[in-house]
Every structure is written in structure tokens, then in C-alpha cells.
Design a protein around this ligand. Structure first.
Ligand code: MG
Ligand code: MG
Length: 255
């Protein structure tokens, strides 16, 4: 099922997106050795509520999840891919952390994620982060009217694999809007010119996850945290975008 948004709905998603972008900018500035994931979560929730929005992830329970997600952000460190629960654990120099934030404003969700280095990180970790950012940029460039879902997946895969990384295929990009996960999953791998046609009014959370080692993942005993199967690093960036007549509009940014 595909839900096309009106200009008015996209305007509300833009506002939700601005809240998410504000939170991520604050969290990024706060990341440092010794800072706990819980402190980042509390700060995020405070900012979201201050803007008259609600944290999309808190108490979210999709099918198959053992219990509702207990926090406002996902914080996933090093080999954790996505859906990490922010607890008392403190960040350490050299680690990388994925911060994923969702906010719902007047019934419309926006969803965005970044990967941040803690203090000084290895060139190897930095290269992975840069590649993940480049994958998202390529995905957004491919998210154009007339292209198909497969063009986006193929663009991500091309960038990641050309640098020797693998693309996580057990989790996808997704429709977003009235619901956090709305209507469809969009694989982050694929074949060009295949799959569903992109149309103006489609709103998508594009979120390539790439791994240093194998693409496969597993879920930890907490029932939420997804980790790489080989324990190697993973990086991710995510933006919520709207398909238009021209270039996709990024809804989760400040300017
Ligand atoms: Mg997200
Ligand atoms: Mg998402």
C-alpha cells in the first residue's frame, strides 16, 4: 500500500522533520567520551516535547517485537546496527554511535539517523562512516519521479560495494508519514529499473545500513538491538524525503 501526501501533509512532515534535525544536531554536539546513552535519550525527549511533538519510537511495538520500545531514541554503538536501547552505558573514545530519532508532529512522523565518532576514531571507522553518508546521498539522488525502488537500492549497493562494504538487507528503508512505518519497505539493495515506480507525494525514510564485514545481522537477547553477525562495525545515515517533480526534498534538515 502506498500513501501519497498532499502539500499540506508534507508541510506538517517538514515541521516534524525540523524537530528531528534539531534533536540530532544537539545530540551530535553532545557526543563525547563519558556521556551516557541514557543522557542523550533524555535530552532528545526533552527537545521533542518542547517543540510540541512526541517521540515516535517511545512505546512503539511493531509486529514481532517482544515489548514496546522503552526510549525516545535508538542508540547503537559499534557493531550494533540499529534499534539499540539507550541505557546507562557510557560512550568511550574511539567508538562510533548511531543516533536514530523520530518525532511526530500533529499526527505526522519524520525519522532520521546519523553516525557519530566519539572523540578520536580510527581512519578505518571514519572511512565506514563517510561511505554510509555517501550511500544516503546516492539514495537521495536516485529518489526521483520516474525512477523505481530498485534504482535506489542499486545506487546504495554500488557505493557500498565499490568501497568493500556490505549492505544490510534484513532491514529496509520505509514509507513514513501518518505512521512511522507506513505501507512499504524499500530494500537498500536492488536492481536498477525494477520495483515500484516513484511518484510525487511519496514520503520515504531512506536509511542505508552498511557493514565492514558480512551483511547478516542478528537480534540480541534484549529483543531489540540488532548487531552484525561477525561483530564488525556498522554505520547508518537516514533522512525522511518527499518525492517531488524534481529532486527529492529532504524533510529532516534545518535549512
Ligand atoms: Mg530511523
Ligand atoms: Mg526509519
Amino acid at each position: 500500500m502506498v500513501v501519497l501526501k498532499t502539500a499540506q501533509e508534507i508541510a506538517l512532515m517538514r515541521q516534524a522533520g525540523r524537530v528531528v534535525a534539531t534533536v540530532l544536531a544537539e545530540l551530535k554536539a553532545r557526543v563525547a567520551p563519558g556521556v551516557s546513552l541514557m543522557a542523550l535519550d533524555q535530552l532528545a525527549e526533552k527537545i521533542i516535547l518542547q517543540h510540541g511533538a512526541l517521540p515516535s519510537f517511545k512505546n512503539y511495538q511493531p509486529k514481532g517485537a517482544p515489548y514496546p520500545f522503552p526510549a525516545s531514541i535508538c542508540a547503537s554503538v559499534n557493531e550494533e546496527v540499529v534499534h539499540g536501547i539507550p541505557g546507562p552505558r557510557k560512550l568511550k573514545e574511539g567508538e562510533i554511535v548511531k543516533l536514530d530519532v523520530g518525532a511526530c508532529y500533529k499526527g505526522y512522523h519524520a525519522d532520521s539517523a546519523i553516525t557519530v565518532g566519539v572523540g578520536n576514531i580510527s581512519p578505518r571507522a571514519q572511512r565506514l562512516i563517510d561511505a554510509a553518508q555517501e550511500c544516503l546521498t546516492a539514495a537521495i539522488a536516485a529518489a526521483r519521479k520516474g525512477n523505481r525502488f530498485g534504482d535506489i537500492g542499486a545506487a546504495i549497493q554500488r557505493v557500498a560495494e565499490s568501497k568493500g562494504y556490505s549492505v544490510v538487507h534484513q532491514y529496509t528503508s520505509h514509507g513514513v508519514g501518518r505512521e512511522l512505518h507506513e505501507g512499504f519497505g524499500l530494500p537498500n539493495t536492488g536492481q536498477a529499473e525494477r520495483g515500484m515506480l516513484l511518484r510525487p507525494g511519496l514520503t520515504i525514510a531512506l536509511e542505508p545500513m552498511i557493514n565492514e564485514g558480512r551483511a547478516e545481522t542478528k537480534v540480541k537477547k534484549d529483543g531489540w538491538t540488532v548487531v552484525t553477525i561477525d561483530g564488525k562495525l556498522s554505520a547508518q545515515f537516514e533522512h525522511t524525503v518527499a518525492i517531488t517533480d524534481g529532486e527529492a526534498e529532504i524533510l529532516t534538515r534545518l535549512d
